[in-house]
Design a protein around this ligand. Structure first.
Ligand SMILES: [Fe+2]
Length: 342
């Protein structure tokens, strides 16, 4: 059995494969590590059949949909998952076969309604239901401390004490634990009375995850994150260093059309010498009037360099094949002491 844990900050994901057949499964992939999974699978000589999610993540961006497309793999979720792109919906007690490996699904709601744990012969992937020295929180959408109590005490802790536990999160660089060790040392599991456990969970006052709304929007719909949109745009775009742009300005080079895509108030406060102004929001509608030469070498810039990347990709899509983006934005330009006019 191939078993690799891939860490992205505090998020843990897994590549699991059958040595005999080279069939593999990826669990809880993180969008930041998309290229890593694809490279790792190729390096290990595995064919990924399934990408499985232990639950709908509210704190990070899932790579399930992208990986499913890239690796031609089926996406596995619990049947209660809101993700419309899931191909294989599973429920408690069912099995997924990965070559000769058997993965049993335990429905373990509580952290979310669609939380599952994935049981193999000697180990269990517990998602955010059981963590090392902790449990998943129950205060996010579809969370329920009563259900978490049942999932822990009625299901996970019934597994063999020797079972290794691999969670979806750990913030202290730990890799795994066992059911037995958690029974001994996990303070939350000392609350063996339902009312005590529920009171403990309800009393936790935790900060909301930073990207909660964006994570739920994208993970529940298969839509794209802002970082993804910008990364996709930047792959279609080329950039120019600000000092190179400054040299063009110094030489009085009229070939390079500077295009400020910020809002009017920002432009009026100060801009690059000789820059034209078309706000990003009006770009498509005004571009033919403002930039009649599609062969012009246009350099777009904005405040920090993200909106200009999107704007440049739009310009290239519209046929401005020489459109480029400033590497950085107006803030960095000013910080570098380069010339501006008001
Ligand atoms: Fe979670």
């Amino acid at each position: 059995m191939l078993f690799e844990q891939i860490r992205s900050g505090g998020c843990l994901s897994y590549l699991i494969g059958c040595d005999d057949s080279c069939a593999a499964l990826i669990v809880d992939p993180h969008l930041d590590q998309l290229d890593r999974y694809i490279a790792l699978v190729a390096e290990r000589g595995m064919r990924v059949h399934y990408v499985a999610e232990t639950h709908t993540h509210a704190d990070h961006f899932s790579a399930a949909r992208e990986l499913g497309k890239a690796l031609d793999a089926k996406i596995v979720t619990h049947r209660a998952s809101p993700a419309p792109f899931a191909n294989v919906r599973v429920d408690d007690g069912e099995q997924i076969h990965i070559g000769k490996l058997r993965m049993r699904v335990l429905h373990t709601p509580g952290h979310t309604a669609d939380s599952c744990s994935f049981v193999f012969e000697d180990r269990v992937l517990t998602g955010d239901t059981l963590l090392i020295g902790g449990t998943g929180r129950t205060d996010l959408p579809t969370g329920d401390p009563d259900q978490l109590f049942d999932s822990l005490f009625g299901k996970l802790l019934e597994l063999d004490d020797a079972m290794r536990v691999y969670p979806a999160h750990d913030y202290k660089e730990r890799n795994s634990t066992t059911i037995g060790a958690e029974k001994q040392t996990n303070l939350r599991l000392k609350k063996t009375e339902r009312k005590d456990f529920v009171a403990l969970m309800r009393g936790l006052d935790m900060k909301m995850p930073v990207h909660l709304t964006e994570a739920l929007r994208t993970n529940c719909s298969g839509g794209k994150t802002v970082a993804q949109l910008i990364a996709e745009a930047s792959r279609e775009v080329v950039f120019m260093d600000m000092h190179e742009v400054a040299r063009h300005i110094e030489r009085g080079d009229r070939d390079l059309v500077l295009l400020d895509v910020r809002e009017k108030e920002a432009f009026d406060r100060g801009h690059l010498p000789g820059a034209k102004h078309v706000p990003r929001g009006q770009l498509e509608l005004r571009v033919d009037k403002e930039l009649p030469d599609p062969n012009a070498r246009i350099l777009a810039y904005c405040q920090v360099g993200r909106v200009s990347t999107l704007a440049t990709a739009t310009l290239r899509t519209m046929g401005f094949q020489r459109a480029i983006a400033l590497d950085g934005g107006y803030d960095a330009w000013v910080a570098a002491g380069l010339p501006v006019t008001a």
